[in-house]
Design a protein around this ligand. Structure first.
Ligand code: P6P
Length: 335
């Protein structure tokens, strides 16, 4: 059998995908191709984001961008690029995107996969040069090939993901993903147009000293939520909240910590979307040894009811998530 080579740092993403495919004797290469299609779109979006500052300058003298086209918002551009890459790749029959109310049929009815994607989360941050990200989940379709994907194909629980990942467009651009055998991070070298393995086998610390939550909403926190935030302060944790989910998640994944977007009186199901934000990050964090829940139920086991449903999110170091769940449970037992 294949010796499970620990591929050296510096391996390209392409070689990594190829070598990992060899670990699956029956793999036919479609998922590998799909991952390559996503990486291609990420490179294109990365270039658009880096140019956006210039376009804005040009935009200051009218709404035209440097190509003389009508200036589109970056999340619209990212959505178009990822959908186009997935459509042209041929492996995906149906996409659900944060940017589109309805399922997107690619026309590849033989495609075996469905992708749920937030093409550019936190795009309100781009104008102020804060890191932003793409988040994606990949499922195998459950309906027979030869026809369009169905809502049932799209509304699978997170435990059915075959892969998930995110791109963070920050001080450097990284692609971090899992196919269920650990989490690996690749850093983009734009002068070569390649992603290189920089963070092999990411494992998140069991505990940490960082908590990420918007305390501007404290007036709307439940008792248990308020009690847990008070606990974090008693522990002298650092408050770190960038307001960009991928940036907050990525920092906590590497350093240890917890990100929370709770249910509040203002947002009874929280704000984040189950299918293309919570589930993807939950798969990644569990593969890295962390935890993710809605405060009570494991995120990956939440039964989706609609494409864009929201879910509260408590995600990060396992001991911090468990402690938050204890505080939230206490409020229910008192009630
Ligand atoms: P709030 C950005 O809009 C986003 O979807 C996440 O990236 C971020 O963590 C969260 O919402 C911020 O929301 O309500 O704290 O401004």
């Amino acid at each position: 059998d294949h010796t499970k080579l620990a591929l050296p740092v510096g391996t390209t993403l392409d070689r990594f995908i190829m070598r990992k495919q060899e670990d699956f004797p029956y793999a036919t290469g479609e998922l590998s191709q799909l991952l390559r299609d996503i990486a291609l779109a990420a490179k294109i979006v990365n270039r658009e984001i880096n140019r956006s500052g210039l376009i804005d300058i040009a935009g200051a003298y009218g709404s035209q961008n440097v190509q003389g086209e009508d200036q589109q918002k970056l999340d619209v551009i990212a959505n178009i690029r990822f959908i186009r890459a997935l459509r042209n790749g041929g492996e995906v029959c149906t996409i659900i995107s944060e940017e589109d109310e309805e399922m997107i049929q690619t026309g590849n009815n033989q495609g075996k996969y469905v992708v749920a994607i937030d093409p550019l989360d936190g795009s309100s941050n781009i104008d102020v040069n804060v890191s932003i990200g793409t988040i994606f989940s990949i499922y195998r379709r459950v309906s027979p090939t030869g026809a369009e994907g169905t809502e049932q194909d799209c509304l699978q629980t997170g435990t059915h993901q075959v892969a998930a990942g995110y791109v963070i467009y920050g001080s450097s651009t990284m692609l971090v993903y899992t196919t269920g055998n650990g989490v690996n991070g690749f850093t983009y070298e734009h002068s070569l147009g390649e992603f290189f393995l920089s963070h092999p086998n990411i494992s998140t610390p069991k505990t940490g000293a960082i908590y990420s939550i918007n305390e501007g909403s404290s007036e709307y926190f439940s008792e248990g939520m308020a009690a847990y935030v008070a606990y974090c302060k008693q522990q002298s944790f650092s408050a770190r909240y960038i307001g960009s989910l991928v940036a907050d998640f990525h920092r906590n994944l590497l350093k240890g910590g917890i990100y929370m977007y709770p249910a509040t009186r203002k947002a009874p199901n929280g704000k984040l979307r189950l299918m293309y934000e919570c589930n993807a990050l939950a798969f990644i964090v569990e593969q890295a040894g962390g935890k993710s829940s809605n405060g009570r139920t494991r995120t990956l086991e939440i039964e989706p009811k609609s494409l864009h449903e929201r879910s509260p999110l408590f995600i990060g170091s396992s001991e911090l998530v468990e402690k938050a769940e204890e505080f939230l449970a206490a409020e229910h037992s008192d009630a």
